[in-house]
Design a protein around this ligand. Structure first.
Ligand code: TRP
Ligand code: SF4
Length: 333
């Protein structure tokens, strides 16, 4: 039997190339070797944005369309929406009983979140009970399918450690070996920076979306930072100080292409405008099939909804089996 993988993403709306290269492409590769469960973590979105839910449904669809376009395959993986599996909420409740309060209080990401919330306006400016418990909710996401491996970024490794601690604690308390202790599996982070050289992020307005048109992408690339010391096109360039454009070449070009760009740049034979025009074309070439597929799903949104419905139904059946066992282990009525 294949090992099980569970991973989730918050419904932040349309995803960008950082998500594609850092997370989704990983997920796509894993589909062949593992039994994968990929879900949209909409309850996790509520932990910080319970007061802003008007776009939640559309954001979920956008995330899933990006996944499908990038190659997450509903025939290989189980794709579902977290809140359509209420079994997760019930499991969260049992797990919350055995989790000592100070285990969640020492969560490092909670402190960062508290800072961000404090700067907001309105009523949602402090850590709620639900947000406090979010690492336990994440534990329930993972243990709900008794996963072996959890692909995550480095920032989430602490949460998988907590998951292992809670699994062990549950097993001890109820004198069982029912829950596996899942391992984190680090995403190979081909970290792509934003157009301005900072971390790529939606809120920094420095991202290229998977769903951007080829035209928009080319335009955005023209605004990417290059070698700041270079004023005229025959000035000798320094690719290693070209803060964004050359880094993108290294991600999207092959060795020969990157080599040519480097030597022409260093000899002053290549202007930055021309260089970025070619780079834009190169990136668009890589994305052409993905965008075509995404367009298809945008025009067939009922298919996307069906995929989520079918996937959630299957996830629910699997979850039900586990929850039944948990209820019996805890000796519920
Ligand atoms: N907490 C993760 C994040 O913010 C998302 C997430 C929720 C997740 N549940 C999960 C990831 C379970 C892996 C497994 O990115
Ligand atoms: Fe960067 Fe290309 Fe300009 Fe060289 S020519 S500095 S690699 S954009």
């Amino acid at each position: 039997m294949k090992q099980k993988i569970v991973s989730g993403m918050r419904p932040t709306g349309k995803l960008h190339l950082g998500h594609y290269l850092g997370v989704i492409d990983n997920w796509v590769q894993l589909q062949n070797d593992y039994d994968c469960y990929y879900f949209v973590a909409d309850w996790h979105a509520l932990t910080t944005k319970y007061d802003k839910t008007s776009e939640l449904k559309q954001d979920i669809l956008n995330v899933v369309m990006d996944w499908l376009a990038c190659g997450i395959d509903p025939n290989k993986s189980t794709i579902y929406v977290q809140s359509l599996i209420p079994e997760i909420a019930e499991l969260h409740l049992y797990l919350s009983m055995v989790t000592p309060q100070n285990w969640v209080e020492r969560d490092p990401t909670l402190k960062d979140m508290a800072k961000i919330l404090k700067t907001k306006e309105g009523t949602n400016t402090q850590i709620s009970y639900g947000l406090m418990g979010y690492p336990v909710l994440m534990t329930a996401d993972i243990l709900m399918f008794n996963a072996d491996l959890v692909p995550v970024g480095i920032d989430q490794v602490a949460h998988v450690e907590l998951t292992r601690d809670i699994a062990r604690r549950f097993n001890n308390v109820y004198n069982t070996d029912f829950f596996k202790e899942p391992q984190p599996k680090l995403n190979n982070c081909s970290l792509i920076c934003g157009l301005d050289g900072n971390k790529m992020g939606k809120s920094y307005h420095n991202d290229i979306k998977i769903s951007d048109t080829a035209e928009d992408t080319s335009k955005k690339i023209m605004s990417a930072i290059t070698d700041r010391t270079r004023l005229r096109k025959d000035d000798l360039g320094h690719p290693d100080e070209c803060e964004v454009a050359f880094k993108y070449w290294k991600i999207f070009g092959n060795d020969a292409e990157t080599g040519t760009v480097r030597s022409e740049c260093e000899q002053g034979l290549r202007g930055c405008a021309q260089c970025k025009r070619e780079l834009g074309a190169k990136i668009n070439e890589r994305l052409v099939n993905i965008r075509e597929k995404r367009n298809y799903y945008e025009n067939h949104i009922d298919e996307v909804k069906d995929i989520l419905k079918t996937g959630s139904q299957k996830a629910k059946e699997d979850a039900h089996v586990i929850l039944d066992k948990v209820r019996s282990i805890v000796q519920m009525y």
